[in-house]
Design a protein around this ligand. Structure first.
Ligand code: BGC
Length: 921
């Protein structure tokens, strides 16, 4: 089934995915040059994750069916420069064979966070130490969608068995290397307290590194690559020290009291000593110096640009490596208050040989140093401003190590952008604001957050779009708009009410109108829309590879956190260009990624899909990826817009945030991805922000995104998301499509296979049109956004072909096994692979109906796929039914008379397939 181009694309991705995986490894400790390993070393590998190596997290962001994945043991075994302790490796192989990985059955969010370790005895460890001079201990963790981490053993904390393993290995070896094969940061405070901790000479995060992870780790451990990853998050000794800790994990609302003081911005300002490893930190096998050799200011005022020329020198004698250059600003406290450091620029050098140097340039727009005044305390409410004073710049290897290199004085307050109040909170609460002590230190203080003052309903009414006069079919096809023969208004004016309410509905999962097993089809999903020449566009998860629940295979690249740790934009761009090429080969138009929420708290289960606690780094990484995808002719759908910062109660929990923090922290990365990364597709989040669900959030999707940023792309909901009234807020539901359209979130994802035309979700769009609470003009506006987007998709270049029943099934003429007649329901009650034989007496078209149940809530995803005589025929997707049996419409198939083996594969287990029916048409 896999097309040749897709396989070729996979081959191209592998080496660059390996490079990225290596560049994202963060080395936190390396004493007595224990690393890299040399030919003299004999290495003993401990921990089952040497075999069961995590390549991603769980949920939609991890569900790529990979052709292969290189484990740590395989990666190290393939590296001929070192010797592995084979006896120990065999012990682990055998134990893992007998104690296979527990994937929780493979179902949605069912995989445990950790795997039971092989219990160690002193004799096993001592025997290993007699052969080997160095030990590597691998600790693995996963997490993901719908499953936050917890401050529990086996999640954020080590288990007793892991502690025991480390203690015994420390006791027997003098040179121990700890490798953290985790999706997220975990507790590391034990490093200083565990028994014989002096033996731990090296520590590194290799994260979840995709298919090539094992090779990449071997490259670094064995010295082919010097580590050049740097932390994208602050690692504190105590979870309770994170500034969001007291306001994370509730199910009703979370007050974002930390405001803009998140991660290092908090720690560097208020609590340095709480940090074990600071943001930006990471070691190399060599040493570098960073020297500012020139600083120039080009232009004046808000348009001025600051150029920093920095000479980086590899001062080591032995190893070639890359260095990350980090530039931070310290802005004057002024009226608004500022963190002690904010990242404003970074770059990565080329590979520098010992004693070699390179001059790199970082340019910073003065406007990007501005802060948003949401209170009016500077006299400029709703403006981005630079307050008067000295702006000092710090350069170096991490936020803590960066030293002051230069500064400039801003004589007067400078307004860089005049905006309007948008998304301000309704709830009253206090946020962090630094207070200056008498000795000139900054101490933690609080101030009341400015609340909403605008009339949102008036804003919406004043900006309602004009309705285009409906013309009926004028024979204009979408291609005519592309060719300049008609404009978009003329094209959209042809669409009927029915067309307009259907085009805002995406179908899925696993629609047969697009590539098998992907998350959604949208655009020309009804016959009528298709007749206007609107192709059907395919969207697939993301972010770290193409997810096809049909079981079809694709490459999996490292997770977002690892890619953030590379601090390498060019590499991210190049990698995602190749992912884009694989998408092209699979006829996928948009990838549901990059994920780019802020790492607000270490326990957020989906942190692995996102890049960092820092908005600038996040935005730059996402922009690089969206540019790469664009270069391949496809797009990335940046998500989740915004503040999907915890998985617990993710469709309910209100993120209560000040407007300043929304703008400077939570939408900032999206702004960068839109403005610099040319992103043209956005997914809103499940959650509300300040009482308004994001999928119907007018200020988010219209005032800020379209009006301020000039965005002309599409906005889609997250899958089965809820909306509430765009101005009154209030209760939320999945059928309030009219609220969604009013806010200019264009597409509802997803209404079920073939659900757009019959309005399978029973959304309120037609009733809202009738009652006048939604105008045709608003629907036309979203239809234009969607069609404008489609014009630039590969779907536009593919031959337009309507969906037709698959007719490639060849019947067997005999069967020695028991069979059922096709006219009778096939009673299966299956949860795992099953097979049955069907006899077709009269050739013809048969429509498939599946009766399934899935004992999970509505956002859980599961699917199985059917093959007929070994040919893939369709996927049966289902989201949680709370255990109720529901009918899922399959596809029509054309069958000749004879016998067919029906194989059912549970690609995403969880559902129970009760019955299959083949209805003659
Ligand atoms: C996730 C999205 C994902 C979508 C489609 C949702 O559960 O939140 O990130 O893209 O499903 O799989």
């Amino acid at each position: 089934m896999i097309r040749k181009e897709a396989v070729l694309a996979q081959k191209k991705i592998a080496p660059i995915s390996r490079q990225a995986a290596a560049e994202g490894i963060v080395l936190l400790k390396n004493e007595n040059a224990v690393l890299p390993f040399t030919a003299e070393d004999n290495i003993a590998l401990f921990g089952r994750c040497q075999i069961n190596t995590y390549r991603s997290g769980t949920g939609s962001g991890g569900a790529v069916n990979v052709p292969y994945a290189v484990s740590v043991l395989e990666g190290l075994s393939a590296n001929t420069n070192i010797t592995l302790n084979q006896a120990l490796a065999d012990t682990y192989r055998e134990w893992v064979r007998e104690n296979p990985m527990d994937d929780g059955g493979g179902g949605w969010a069912a995989e445990p966070w950790f795997q039971q370790e092989m219990p160690l005895t002193d004799s096993v460890v001592k025997a290993a130490a007699q052969q080997s001079n160095k030990a590597v201990v691998i600790i693995g963790r996963t997490a993901g969608e719908d499953q936050d981490n917890a401050e529990e053993q086996g999640s954020y904390l080590l288990t007793d068995a892991e502690m025991d393993m480390i203690t015994r290995v420390n006791g027997a070896f003098e040179k121990v290397v700890i490798v953290l094969n985790t999706t997220n940061i975990i507790d590391m405070s034990w490093l200083d307290t565990v028994e014989n901790h002096q033996s731990i000479q090296a520590v590194m995060y290799n994260w979840a590194a995709g298919m090539e992870g094992g090779h990449a780790l071997a490259d670094v451990l064995c010295g082919e690559e010097s580590p050049s990853g740097r932390l994208v998050d602050s690692i504190a000794y105590e979870l309770s020290d994170y500034p969001s800790a007291a306001n994370f994990g509730r199910t009703d609302f979370n007050l974002y009291v930390e405001d803009i003081y998140l991660g290092y911005k908090y720690f560097e300002t208020f609590n340095k000593k709480a940090v074990q490893y600071e943001f930006g930190f990471g070691l190399s096998y060599t040493n570098f110096t960073q020297t500012l050799v020139a600083f120039t200011k080009q232009g004046e005022g808000k348009d001025a640009l600051l150029h920093f020329e920095i000479e980086v020198k590899n001062t080591g004698e032995q190893y070639t490596g890359k260095e990350v250059v980090q530039l931070y600003v310290e802005a004057p406290q002024g009226e608004l208050g500022q963190p002690a450091r904010s990242l404003v620029g970074f770059t990565k050098t080329d590979k520098l040989a010992p004693q070699a140097s390179q001059v790199v340039r970082i340019s910073v727009k003065v406007a990007d140093l501005a802060s948003y005044d949401d209170s009016g305390s500077t006299g400029n409410k709703s403006c981005y401003v630079l307050e008067a004073g000295d702006y000092s710049f710090y350069l170096g290897e991490s936020v803590r190590k960066a030293v002051k290199v230069t500064s400039f004085n801003q004589p007067d307050l400078l307004v860089t952008e005049r905006l309007v109040e948008a998304m301000a909170p309704i709830a009253s609460f206090e946020r962090i604001k630094p207070q200056l002590t008498e000795t000139g230190e900054l101490k933690l203080g609080y101030e009341v957050v400015p609340g909403r003052t605008i009339d949102l309903e008036k804003r919406i009414q004043d900006n309602l779009p004009k309705t285009l006069e409906m013309t009926g079919d004028q024979g204009i096809k979408l291609i005519d708009v592309a060719d300049g023969k008609a404009n978009m208004e003329q094209f959209i004016a042809q669409l009927s009410e029915q067309d307009l309410v259907a085009i805002v509905r995406g179908e899925g999962m696993c629609s047969a109108k697009v590539t098998a097993g992907v998350a959604a089809a949208f655009g020309g999903v009804t016959n009528s829309l298709f007749e206007f020449g609107i192709p059907v566009v395919a969207a697939s998860d993301g972010p770290s590879g193409i997810r096809m629940d049909s079981g079809h295979q694709a490459s999996q690249v490292p997770v977002g956190t690892l890619l953030g740790c590379t601090w390498n934009c060019e590499l991210n761009q190049a990698l995602y260009q190749l992912v884009g090429e694989e998408m092209q080969a699979n006829e996928v138009d948009t990838l549901l990624g990059p994920g780019m929420n802020i790492h607000r708290h270490p326990l957020n289960g989906r942190n692995f899909e996102y890049f960092s606690e820092d908005p600038f780094l996040t935005g730059m990484m996402a922009a690089a990826q969206t540019l790469g995808l664009k270069q391949a002719g496809v797009t990335g759908t940046i998500k989740h817009f915004i503040a999907n910062d915890q998985e617990k109660a993710r469709t309910e929990v209100d993120s209560v945030i000040s407007e300043r923090a929304i703008r400077q922290l939570h939408i900032k990365p999206f702004e960068i991805a839109v403005k610099q990364g040319e992103a043209s597709s956005i997914m809103t989040a499940y959650n509300p922000v300040n009482g308004h669900w994001t999928a119907s959030n007018y200020d988010l999707n219209t005032t800020i995104l379209r009006k301020e940023w000039g965005y002309t792309g599409i906005v889609m909901t997250d899958w089965w998301a809820k909306m509430n009234h765009p101005s009154r807020a209030g209760e939320a539901g999945c059928t309030f499509t009219s609220y969604m359209v009013r806010s200019q979130n264009d597409l509802y994802m997803v209404v079920g296979v073939d659900g757009a035309e019959p309005n399978a979700m029973e959304d309120d769009s037609i009733t809202a049109l009738e009652s006048g609470t939604l105008s045709l003009g608003e629907l036309q506006r979203s239809a234009m956004n969607i069609c404008r987007f489609i014009l630039n998709t590969p779907a536009m270049k593919r031959p337009l072909k309507a969906y037709e029943p698959i007719n490639t099934f060849t019947a067997n003429q005999e069967s020695s096994e028991t069979f059922s007649l096709i006219s009778e329901p096939l009673n299966l009650m299956a949860e795992e692979f099953c097979s049955a034989i069907l006899k077709v007496e009269s050739a013809g078209t048969y429509r498939v109906e599946a009766y399934v149940s899935y004992a999970r809530d509505a956002l859980a995803q599961s699917s199985c796929s059917l093959s007929l005589n070994d040919v893939y025929s369709m996927s049966i997707p289902v989201n949680g039914t709370e255990g109720e049996v529901v009918k899922v419409d399959g596809l029509p198939v054309i069958l000749a008379s004879g016998y067919y083996t029906v194989d059912v594969n549970f690609v995403k287990p969880g559902l129970i397939l009760h019955e299959l029916r083949f209805i003659a048409e």
